[in-house]
Design a protein. Structure first.
Ligand code: FES
Lengths: 689, 247
């Protein structure tokens, strides 16, 4: 992509092709011989990481689309059947869902790198603007992708975001109707979002090509911010940049794999495991973490149109960056003031992200306004001003000089920034959980056999939990996503196929119509799903004082609670993911005969210490001795609660054991591979010094 | 060996043992590599002699600096058999293994999922409503299964044909269950290109495929037309005289 190539293949077949379509020469000049500044640091590998992530998102996305149903009544279920039934479906889905977060993380680092080293300055303005376009497309794609699972957060996120457009004067309402394809978010919306979510990544890929083209015309910027002058300033792309990028990618993959295999729900929202319900809005609508800073800006302005405008301007201002910062020196390394303000700006962005996840009240609103001002002031006041008043430090004569000067080894700032960013990232990620803050007592953490990287379900506990479910819970609660055959699945309660079939045959399943057109009952088969307690939602509500007993299949993933700072940071490293079972078991144990003094609860409700709001429509379901176990386990409520919570964790994620097992194998491999890559990279680069 | 390595010293003196092991390992792959370098046309006399030198001393020869800033690409470094080659081979091999292993989930997901497999479990069919000379079509694993209660005439016809004269020789007895000779159970998918033949049509009192005119007899055997084989018999058994289980 950088002009005619002198690539001359010797092989006659390649020669023949090359004369007609010089594609090899193009590849050679762009990715082999292409001169790259020899002083690039690891922040520059994020370009390659992003390319890989885009490719991976497209591949996993295309695969998920093979199994996904973009239809309002089936979308949620189809996602569940992907993770439950499709071979490696859980893996592909985790890759795609965490992949989106990783993609954004990488793009933010890539953008901040550009900001710090002045990569947007002449002659790279178009390169930068193309980047902003890619970022905007990514935001649109990410948003629409988040709608597809059709959970509560999907639905209400879609509602809130599409309603942003209603702020547009005169045309707002019609535009929103146009986006929805109806009078509210519904099946037509889901369908078009699916179509666009499939389309946009390819548009992104196209713009990425332009981005790379522009990059290869202008040449890469570098930490010194001086253009390469002689041959000594550059090294060929292959093997030098290739191997360095590959090493960067393999490090990133280690980080990525941690999410895929061990923390798949850390960045997600428990509410999205509740199917979309147009009648109930979740207590806190929080977008995915990567939108939080902009969400904070939106909320900090008390006028609808102004808020929306501010939010979009916060992104669009980036387009004008090359003309706002007119300083001649590119790299902040040689701009003492700009460097400090850059880090302040990073902190402002992280804090905005934190605020975006907080409830919009009290101090948070004020802080949001101050930080919003800081955000815009950085671009509109500070950078133009700095370009005029700042005296930069002397630049190195050439890149080669810069490399020589640095051989003293000054990688400490790099390490500290990595640590700082990691902490900041977990802060934002964790603040998503903070959003669900209640002044309520958190359920006590219990010991679960399935926690941690080597966790496995306790088969006895699963079998006892199944018994409690069957004899008690199933009177009101359905278990829609579990089929009898699942009882014989590896990593489950450990029954044989014959036992599962026998278990199934105890149930009456409605089938039909038969030849006479009538429905009939027949004994259950392995392939049947657990039948629901009530024929429909209305019947369930009528029998339960107006409340709907929730389906229990996903309850252990759909319920969570705040962990608080700094615990959620440690959770990331200790792989704490057991909020759901802790909550389920706490609820079962949290009933109290009489509410504490001063608390009244409505007629027909029951006091529960751990239920949000404490007033629960479900009476205390379990009492000692109610279910007897064959294995001699104590017939106590505490035992029941523990077993049911274990069982429900399994129903929520039947492949958890497979996930953790494969995760271990992947980690062993990736660590070895990254080590090999490290030494290979050093060997290759030894030639260049 | 005066490579400056500003980042860290892999070749620190304390790693002598490591080097020997790597070199030994390397020599085992050396045989395979030398013809590769010859094929690449870069194994000049110099490099060959270096191999010898290398083999004798076990030391690491100078690899890169003689080329100045001209770059030794990873692929062509076979002319300098050193432990860096071993490193490159190992890294490349690990990448290949990892890549192939990663591919597997992406391919395996295309196979039938667990619910599809479960839905393909055996089914039971009651035969009482099927009168002589009639047939029903049931579905098993998404395939139409013809269950035909054959007349005496149909059975006799099927058994009268000399087996050797058939395109796909098989006796009628081998295609039905002993003691239930009037019941023909076949997968109703034409063995030509998958259309569904129509029962009780054609010249052989059996099936006729409308797509390209294949004709099957009353035993479901191909008699005429482009189809190469008889209609397949699905796995089934009689659970009672009037009930079969398919699958
Ligand atoms: S498909 Fe039946 S004859 Fe071709």
């Amino acid at each position: 992509m950088s002009g005619p190539s002198d690539f001359q293949p010797t092989n006659p077949v390649l020669k023949w092709i090359e004369r007609r379509l010089p594609i090899l020469g193009l590849v050679h000049s762009s990715f082999v011989a292409y001169p790259t500044p020899r002083n690039l640091n690891y922040w520059w590998t994020f370009g390659a990481i992003l390319s890989i992530m885009l490719a991976l998102q497209i591949v996993t996305g295309v695969i998920l689309a093979m199994h996904y149903t973009p239809e309002a009544t089936m979308a949620f279920k189809s996602v569940e059947s992907i993770v439950r039934d499709v071979n490696y479906g859980w893996l592909l889905r985790n890759m795609h869902a965490s992949g989106a977060s990783m993609f954004f993380l990488a793009v933010y680092i890539h953008m901040f790198r550009g900001l710090y080293y002045g990569s947007y300055k002449e002659p790279r303005e178009i390169l930068w603007i193309l980047g902003v376009i890619i970022y905007l497309l990514m935001m649109a794609t990410g948003f629409m992708g988040y709608v597809l699972p059709w959970g509560q957060m999907s639905f209400w996120g879609a509602t809130v975001i599409t309603n942003l457009f209603s702020a547009i004067p005169y045309f707002g309402e019609s535009i929103v109707t146009l986006l929805w394809g109806g009078y509210s978010i519904g099946n037509p919306t889901l369908n078009r979002f699916f179509s666009l979510h499939y389309l946009l990544p390819f548009v992104i890929a196209g713009v990425v090509l332009l981005h790379v083209w522009a990059l290869h015309v202008a040449g890469q910027n570098n930490p010194a911010g001086v253009e390469p002058k002689t041959e000594k300033d550059t090294v060929p792309f292959t093997p030098y940049a290739t191997i360095k990028d590959a090493f960067g990618v393999s490090c990133f993959m280690l980080f990525f794999a941690w999410f895929i295999f061990y923390m798949p729900n850390y960045l997600g929202d428990a509410d999205n495991y509740i199917p979309a319900n147009p009648g109930v809005t979740p207590a806190h609508i929080v977008p995915e973490w990567y939108y939080l800073p902009f969400y904070a800006i939106l909320r900090s302005i008390p006028n609808k149109l102004a808020g929306v405008t501010a939010m979009f301007s916060a992104i669009l201002v980036l387009v004008f960056l090359p003309w706002l910062d007119t300083a001649k020196t590119r790299s902040s390394r040689y701009r003492p003031l700009a460097k400090q303000f850059f880090w302040i700006f990073v902190v402002v962005c992280v804090l905005l992200g934190y605020l975006g996840a907080q409830p919009p009240e009290g101090i948070y609103v004020i802080a949001g306004r101050v930080l919003t001002f800081c955000y815009f002031a950085y671009f509109l006041i500070l950078l133009p001003l700095l370009s005029r008043v700042e005296t930069p430090r002397p630049l190195p004569n050439s890149i080669a000089d810069d490399v020589l000067a640095k051989t003293g080894g000054k990688s400490a700032p790099m390490v500290s920034t990595v640590i700082m960013l990691a902490v900041a990232g977990t802060l934002v990620a964790g603040s998503v959980q903070n959003a669900r803050a209640e002044e309520q007592e958190a359920p006590p953490s219990q010991k679960w056999s399935f926690s941690g990287p080597l966790g496995k379900f306790d088969r006895g506990s699963l079998q006892r939990g199944l018994k409690v479910y069957k004899e008690v819970c199933s009177a009101c609660h359905s278990l829609d996503y579990i089929a009898f055959r699942n009882l014989a699945d590896p990593g489950g309660p450990g029954y044989s196929e014959a036992q599962a079939a026998a278990f199934a045959s105890d149930y009456k399943i409605k089938d039909g119509p038969n030849d006479q057109g009538e429905m009939f009952d027949r004994p259950g088969r392995s392939a049947d799903y657990f039948p629901a307690a009530f024929p429909n939602e209305q019947a369930a509500r009528a029998a339960n004082g107006g409340a709907l007993p929730p389906d229990l299949s996903l309850i252990a993933k759909a319920r969570s609670y705040e962990r608080g700072f700094p615990r959620f940071v440690f959770d990331f490293f200790t792989q704490f993911q057991e909020q759901g079972p802790n909550y389920v078991s706490a609820i079962l144990l949290g009933f109290e005969e009489k509410p504490p003094a001063g608390v009244t609860i409505p007629e027909g409700s029951y006091y529960n210490k751990y239920f949000p709001g404490h007033s629960m429509k479900m009476p205390k379901p379990l009492s000692d001795g109610q279910v007897t176990f064959d294995d001699g386990s104590p017939a106590t409520v505490a035992q029941y609660a523990h077993d049911v919570a274990t069982f429900l964790m399994w129903t929520a994620e039947p492949h958890m054991e497979a996930r953790k097992r494969l995760g271990l194998q992947v980690f062993v491999f990736l660590i070895l591979f990254t080590g090999l890559m490290y030494f290979t990279k050093k060997k290759v680069w030894a030639d260049a010094h | 060996m005066h490579l400056c390595e500003p980042i860290a010293g892999l070749r620190s003196p304390g790693k002598g043992a490591n080097r020997t092991i790597l070199d030994c390992l390397f020599r085992t792959v050396l045989a395979g590599r030398s013809d590769l370098s010859a094929a690449a046309g870069i194994a000049g006399a110099g490099s060959l002699s270096r191999v010898t030198f290398h083999g004798v001393t076990g030391a690491v020869p100078p690899a890169a600096d003689e080329k100045g800033l001209g770059i030794v690409t990873t692929a062509s470094s076979a002319d300098h058999p050193t432990r860096r080659d071993f490193l490159f081979v190992a890294t490349g091999a690990a990448a290949a293994v990892g890549g192939v292993a990663t591919l597997w989930p992406f391919i395996s997901q295309m196979n039938p999922d667990a619910s599809t497999i479960a839905a393909g479990a055996p089914i039971e069919v009651d035969l009482t409503p099927i009168a002589q000379g009639q047939d029903i079509k049931v579905f098993w694993r998404g395939k139409p299964i013809y269950i035909m209660n054959r007349t005496k005439k149909q059975v006799d016809e099927a058994r009268a044909v000399p087996v050797a004269s058939l395109p796909d020789p098989a006796t009628d007895q081998s295609r039905v269950k002993e003691g239930h000779d009037q019941w023909l159970v076949v997968i109703g998918i034409c063995t030509h290109l998958g259309c569904i033949p129509i029962a009780h049509e054609g010249n052989y009192d059996g099936f006729f495929c409308p797509c390209h005119g294949s004709q099957y007899d009353s035993s479901g055997r191909i008699r005429q037309g482009p189809a190469p084989a008889n209609l397949a018999v699905p796995p089934y058994q009689f659970v009672s005289d009037s009930k079969i289980q398919i699958g």
